[in-house]
Design a protein around this ligand. Structure first.
Ligand code: GLN
Length: 488
């Protein structure tokens, strides 16, 4: 018999609804589990124990009366600390926002609450979502549950670690250049970056607004589909939100006919810099999919080699503009001795409020946007973006999905790369194309090397999340990588 905290979200909704599981007992078991693991992995910045238990008791009452239950009634979830929660501090893992308590909920949080989900805490991340390791958090790093000396990936490292540690069955992250897929790969969970515009960004604290999306983490593809069903859909509060009717991704999974599904394998995704261990594991997974009825062929998406450079110019430029509002006067951390003129005070607040990586990006972004350099950098990056989109559009005309590794290397040591930003940026080489193009992409567990997880990335056509999820589901149902758990 699995323990309460181990069951999937979908199963728990069923058990709670049928009064086979008391929600209070369930949430107590979740917090017992968090108490056991948190000292080792540090996935959370804020825990909401009392609030969550109170809500659990309410759910139990409603269930007894058979009243007003939502799709996620009683299901615990963790939220990345870049997503605003009314009355609960939302820090972005930054000293700048360490005491910020939003007066409103992000749209995704509002939707979760109205479906009865129970938010158990806010998760650790890289400061302002800038990074791939969760090491740049003002609150200290999160550790990889598979090896506590290794990074969990980032920037949504807390969310991914909490899910594989069985602290919660579901979590939300955000993905600007890989921040859901990278930690999903390094922690061996399922993580999906939706098509740009599918999920409202209202209440997501911006890093690079033209690239990012909020998305789900789970231990099963079905749970991931369930969470996506809840959070997706049009929102008047986000002008970039797509005007499409909503879908039930869980029932779409059941249409499991994947026979003859065409997989494109971009050979650039297996190029220089990608570890042989990673390549071999992902190729095995592709062959497995072939044995299950899919076909595959290699394809070339040659502009991929420019994606990383374009991504960092666009992301840093947008960051320099988005983060300009944190001056310590209207918003954010204010250092104590605020003497001098406005510029001096502003500079001091920002120097002390932001960490080194955030400052580096603001400076580089401001430079790329400044007169004389704008054309050389920012404008050129936008042109590359257009070319990349065209290339992927072409590739996805021939294929239903594109598959490759999520990360080029296995999880590495905490502290190992943090002083070498360029090497760290290189780790995003396979994830940024989906953000530049806006296309959906997902990472699923596909094997282990040296007892460390390897993730496979499945990229799809715009707003065709269901095909991506179906391929993932097919693979998951016929393998057992997603059943492995770390020893905590
Ligand atoms: N690692 C990438 C960066 O640092 C992606 C971050 C993200 O997706 N938020 O920009």
């Amino acid at each position: 018999m699995p323990r309460h905290y181990q069951i999937s979200a979908l199963e728990a909704t069923w058990l709670i609804r049928n009064q086979e599981l008391s929600c209070e007992e369930y949430i107590l078991s979740i917090f017992e589990r968090i108490d056991k693991t948190e000292g080792k992995i540090h996935a959370f910045i804020t825990l909401l124990r009392e609030q969550a238990l109170e809500k659990a008791r309410e759910v139990d009452k409603l269930v007894k009366k058979r009243e007003g239950q939502g799709i996620l009634s009683g299901i615990p979830i963790a939220i990345k600390d870049v997503i605003c929660t009314n009355g609960v501090r939302t820090t972005c893992s930054s000293r700048m926002l360490k005491d910020y308590v939003p007066p409103y909920d992000a749209t995704v949080v509002r939707k979760l609450n109205s479906e009865g989900a129970i938010i158990v805490g806010k998760t650790n991340m890289d400061e302002f979502a800038m990074g791939s390791t969760t090491e740049t958090s003002f609150f200290g790093p999160t550790r990889n549950p598979w090896d506590l000396n290794k990074v969990p990936g980032g920037s949504s490292g807390g969310s991914a670690a909490a899910v594989i540690a069985e602290d919660v069955p579901l979590a939300l992250g955000s993905d600007t250049g890989g921040s859901i897929r990278c930690p999903a790969s390094y922690c061996s969970v399922v993580g999906l970056k939706p098509t740009y515009g599918l999920v409202s960004r209202y209440g997501l604290i911006s890093y690079a607004n033209s690239l990012e999306q909020i998305g789900p983490f789970a231990r099963t593809v079905e749970d991931c589909a369930l969470l996506l069903t809840i959070i997706s859909g049009h929102d008047d509060k986000d002008s970039t939100s797509a005007n499409l009717s909503s879908k039930d991704y869980v029932s779409l999974l059941k249409e499991d006919d994947v026979n003859g599904l065409r997989i494109g394998v971009p050979h650039e995704f297996f190029g220089e810099g990608v570890d042989d261990d990673v390549k071999d594991t992902v190729w095995e997974a592709i062959l497995k999919l072939e044995s299950l009825g899919c076909t595959y062929d290699e394809v070339s998406v040659s502009s991929v080699s420019y994606a990383l450079a374009a991504y960092y110019i666009i992301a840093m430029s947008e960051a320099s503009s988005n983060l300009a509002r944190y001056d310590g006067l209207r918003f954010g951390f204010r250092q104590e001795r605020d003497e001098g003129d406005w510029a001096t005070v502003y500079a001091k607040n920002r120097k002390e409020g932001f960490g080194a990586e955030v400052r580096r990006r603001i400076i580089l972004g401001t430079y790329a946007l400044s007169a004389g350099y704008y054309d050389q950098y920012y404008l050129k990056a936008l042109k590359v973006r257009t070319i990349l989109r065209r290339d992927f559009e072409r590739a996805l005309k021939e294929f239903d999905v594109l598959i490759g590794p999520t990360m080029p290397v296995l999880p590495f040591g905490i502290g190992e790369k943090i002083d070498d930003p360029l090497t760290l940026y290189m780790c995003d080489v396979l994830t940024v194309p989906a953000n530049i193009t806006g296309y959906p992409a997902m990472s699923i567990p596909c094997g282990f090397k040296n007892n460390l997880p390897v993730g496979m990335q499945i990229m799809g056509k715009p707003f065709d999340e269901e095909t991506v999820l179906r391929v993932a589901h097919l693979f998951e149902q016929n393998t057992d990588h997603n059943l492995r758990r770390p020893n905590l």
